[in-house]
Design a protein around this ligand. Structure first.
Ligand code: TXA
Ligand code: MG
Length: 315
């Protein structure tokens, strides 16, 4: 894991310039939003998104919220129907995240959406996040800026306690006004499903959408308890394979080669950055099965193996 001498700077024009330069170089930067502090990185750069997971030490990949400057920027990434547009116009900027179908030409890295055909988008009202988006001129993937298993940070000092030494820069914008993560709703086909409660309430959302918000876990599309947010290939997947069978599309790693090699140099960050693109390619290939080389259980390998085990589990 990269070790940094973490700088904590108040939000000034100079600090934003410095933060944007780091973002453009593919580094993660902690930045306040009105809800909680986020750990932001260039959403279009797969290695930068992998760096978020490395810094958080998360043993799995969740799809991340992608932050954009405004609704116009959001429409380059996702498909907005009338209901989604009405919600965005009413609640953005603010603590509401919309999960929508990805646009065909969405430039966001598949690691940020965890390979899903949908994307979570948010326009924060916080001037620091707004300034960083403007200065870096790209969408920013930003989960809460805490190490895995720790509570979400609402002050720069919380971020420093949790991620000190793991990020180059923390922008200090004081305490977060809301202090609780954004409300998340999935919008589509005339329905609004609540994925995570927050300060924007189902009643407020329903009043704008013109339909009652349904609870995701009691929805009729996903079975109760089923994870809403996991992409898995449609084909059977075999793990820890050294030699593949003729009907298997082989995903290599390091010296175990394949039809695609996640990282010939056995670099786990590179492998994570390429994971979902590779699974999609394997799914689209003519062979009926997928095999994958062993991935070491260290660093980002823990998250990669977690995802692969879920993908390989009988469904
Ligand atoms: O307030 C917030 O939302 C903060 C600030 C930093 O913006 N961000 C935040 O991000 O809480 P994070 O990554 O910790 O939470 C993202 C949540 C996860 O529970 C994830 O499963 C869900 O959003 N999510 C993201 N994309 C999704 C998708 N396509 N479908 C369903 N759920 C999704
Ligand atoms: Mg979180």
């Amino acid at each position: 894991m990269s070790q940094y001498k973490t700088e904590i700077l108040p939000v000034t024009d100079a600090a934003i310039v410095q933060a944007a330069a780091l973002i453009v170089q593919g580094e993660p930067v902690a930045v306040p939003t009105e809800t909680v502090y986020g750990l932001a990185a260039d959403a279009t750069n797969p290695a930068a998104v992998a760096a978020i997971y490395t810094a958080k030490g998360r043993p799995g990949f969740n799809p991340l919220i992608v932050h954009v400057h405004d609704l116009t920027a959001a429409t380059a990434l996702a498909v907005f129907d009338d209901m989604a547009r009405a919600l965005a116009e009413s609640f953005w900027p603010g603590p509401l995240t919309l999960v929508l179908p990805c646009a065909q030409t969405c430039p966001v890295a598949t690691l940020a959406t965890a390979g899903l055909p949908t994307i979570a988008l948010r326009v924060s009202a916080h001037p620091a996040m707004q300034a960083l988006l403007a200065a870096s001129d790209r969408p920013l993937a930003a989960p809460s800026a805490n190490a895995s298993g720790r509570i979400s940070p609402t002050r720069a000092a919380h971020v420093a306690e949790s991620l000190g030494g793991r990020v180059p820069l923390i922008l200090d914008g004081g305490p977060c006004a809301v202090g609780l993560e954004s409300t998340i709703v999935a919008v589509g086909e005339g329905r609004v499903r609540l994925l995570r409660p927050g300060v924007v309430t189902p009643a407020e959302i329903g009043a704008v959408a013109g339909v009652a918000v349904v609870c995701a876990s009691s929805g009729d599309i996903e079975a109760p308890g089923q994870m809403l947010s996991h992409y898995a290939p449609a084909k059977p997947l075999r793990l820890n394979v050294h030699a593949s069978a003729p009907d298997e599309f082989m995903i290599g790693f390091g010296t175990v080669d394949g039809d695609i090699n996640l990282s010939p140099a056995a670099d786990l960050n590179q492998a994570a950055a390429r994971l979902f693109d590779t699974l999609h390619a394997a799914d689209a290939a003519p062979r009926a099965h997928i095999a994958i080389a062993p991935i070491p259980e260290t660093g980002l390998g823990l998250a990669i193996n977690d995802r692969l085990r879920r993908a390989a589990a009988p469904r």
